[in-house]
Unconditional design. Structure first.
Length: 156
């Protein structure tokens, strides 16, 4: 039985991301791929493994309207303790999702030293009007992000 392989563009379409993001995942080592000639190929099993990283086993809505991922690589200053958090924020419309995700991304971009090696994934499920946030990083990073999320939800 042969494995099914995808191009970077096919994976990008399937995940609703840019091909540059997929290339970054490959170069970061988060998505396993093989070079065939001058092009990358992603095995179906490797894509499934990548898509299931950080996901729980509970049933998820079939269709994700929006997804934002951001990670800053470590630069030799890794903390000894890493924390993960998964948040479900219910009763959110798309405008609230965009406001929240843009603010969190701005925190990541402007966070400097303390966000190195940290990861943020934000997904919006339109059908359930739910935002799911995956955080991974230092205790201070998680604390800062949770405080930001709490503040934004109190102002809604």
């Amino acid at each position: 039985m042969k494995d099914k392989f995808y191009t970077i563009y096919q994976v990008a379409d399937q995940l609703e991301m840019s091909h540059k993001t997929i290339r970054n995942f490959i170069s970061d080592g988060r998505l396993k791929a093989s070079k065939v000639g001058k092009q990358w190929r992603i095995a179906e099993a490797d894509l499934e493994s990548f898509m299931n990283q950080g996901e729980s086993t509970e049933d998820k809505p079939e269709e994700s309207l929006n997804s934002i991922s951001f990670e800053l690589p470590s630069e030799g200053t890794e903390d000894h303790i890493k924390v993960s958090a998964v948040l479900d924020i219910h009763q959110q419309d798309k405008e609230q999702f965009m406001r929240l995700s843009n603010t969190l991304l701005a925190n990541m971009n402007g966070g400097g030293f303390k966000v190195r090696g940290c990861t943020l994934n934000v997904k919006y499920y339109e059908q359930d009007r739910t935002v799911k946030i995956f955080l991974w990083g230092s205790i201070n990073f998680i604390q800062d992000m949770l405080e930001t999320i709490k503040t934004l939800n109190e102002t809604v």
